[in-house]
Ligand binder design. Structure first.
Ligand SMILES: [Zn+2]
Length: 322
């Protein structure tokens, strides 16, 4: 099937214009592939700190590649609007205020003028991605800053707002019954975990290097957060087999929606960690997400190699069934 082609399977009761995730059928295979949408906003490249690895070219060069490549037909969208009450499901009011205070959060996580708005657009990308998943579209939110280290009360690890946790809680508040989150960034998604720990109907699985930043993720938490720590030097085959175990753990919970915190820093040439994955592995990961068989959305987390644009393209090709 060609990306962008709109195909309906007859007899499945799945007309366009769905308003509730609850009426989405569980797909044994993703037969409804309505296209692939990239959510981005050029303003996300408007802040930077000299020498910081989380830099604007991560997104701008990826956008450039995605706009010139010929392998995939892509649609483009902007982040959706974000309400305070959506943020406040995941973060304290004090944290939202703190984001406006011109003082660095920690050595990794500088204050930038307008960072609260940049982070809010990151959340808006995740919310838009959920909306597209609900409509049967594959989507990828290509924005910065990332979000999976931001906790309820603190910005940390280049992250200011937990876009994934906010998106999951929004999906839950608007009809999704069981939501799974796969975090394949090389770093443990401590912020997503903290906010979603113990939330009914939500399952979180993270495959990450350990010991490594942020130092959490050694064991399962709260009965719904499953951690798969792997030491530096783990062979590629073992890393992939562990990703399969994480995906199977989530699949066993029979979710009706899958969110993916897509970090590309488990790549063998990433400067921030010692993961073993190769370009083809990210395509394989996209194929696994597609084969999961339920509506899915992905958001960019880490990934600091100069090859990031190609890694994202490989992942999208996999998501598209290529
Ligand atoms: Zn990371």
């Amino acid at each position: 099937m060609v990306a962008g082609e709109r195909v309906f399977a007859v007899g499945d009761g799945f007309p366009p214009g769905l308003s509730q995730l609850t009426v989405l059928p569980r797909w044994p295979s993703l037969r409804y592939y309505f296209g692939m949408t990239i959510i981005t906003d050029p303003r996300c490249t408007e802040y930077r700190a000299v020498g910081h690895p989380e830099k604007p070219v991560r997104v701008s060069r990826t956008v450039d590649l995605l706009k010139t490549q010929k392998s995939l037909e892509l649609q483009w969208a902007e982040p959706g609007a974000v309400r305070d009450d959506q943020l406040l499901r995941a973060h304290s009011a004090g944290h939202l205020e703190r984001l406006k205070t011109a003082e660095d959060f920690d050595a990794d996580t500088p204050f930038f003028p307008g960072i609260a708005d940049h982070a809010r657009r990151g959340v808006g990308g995740a919310l838009k991605a959920v909306e597209l998943a609900r409509a049967g579209e594959m989507s990828f939110s290509l924005l910065r800053p990332p979000g999976h280290h931001a906790t309820r009360h603190h910005a940390m690890g280049f992250c200011y707002l937990s876009s994934m946790a906010i998106a999951v809680l929004e999906a839950k508040a608007t009809g999704a019954k069981r939501i799974a989150v796969l975090d394949f960034d090389v770093h443990h998604g401590n912020g997503t975990e903290e906010i979603l720990a113990g939330v009914e109907g939500v399952m979180f699985a993270s495959v990450h290097q350990f010991p490594c930043y942020p130092g959490t993720g050694a064991a399962d938490v709260a009965g719904n957060c499953f951690n798969f720590p792997l030491p530096a030097g783990t062979p590629r085959e073992v890393w992939r087999a562990t990703l399969v175990r994480a995906i199977e753990r989530l699949r066993a919970a029979q979710p009706d929606l899958l969110g993916v915190s897509a970090g590309f820093d488990a790549y063998e040439r990433d400067p921030l960690a010692q993961g073993p994955l190769e370009k083809d592995d990210f395509q394989w990961l996209g194929q696994q997400v597609r084969a999961f068989g339920v509506p899915a959305f992905s958001i960019l987390e880490g990934g600091y190699s100069v090859d990031l644009p190609e890694l994202v393209l490989h992942y999208l090709l996999g998501l598209a069934g290529k």
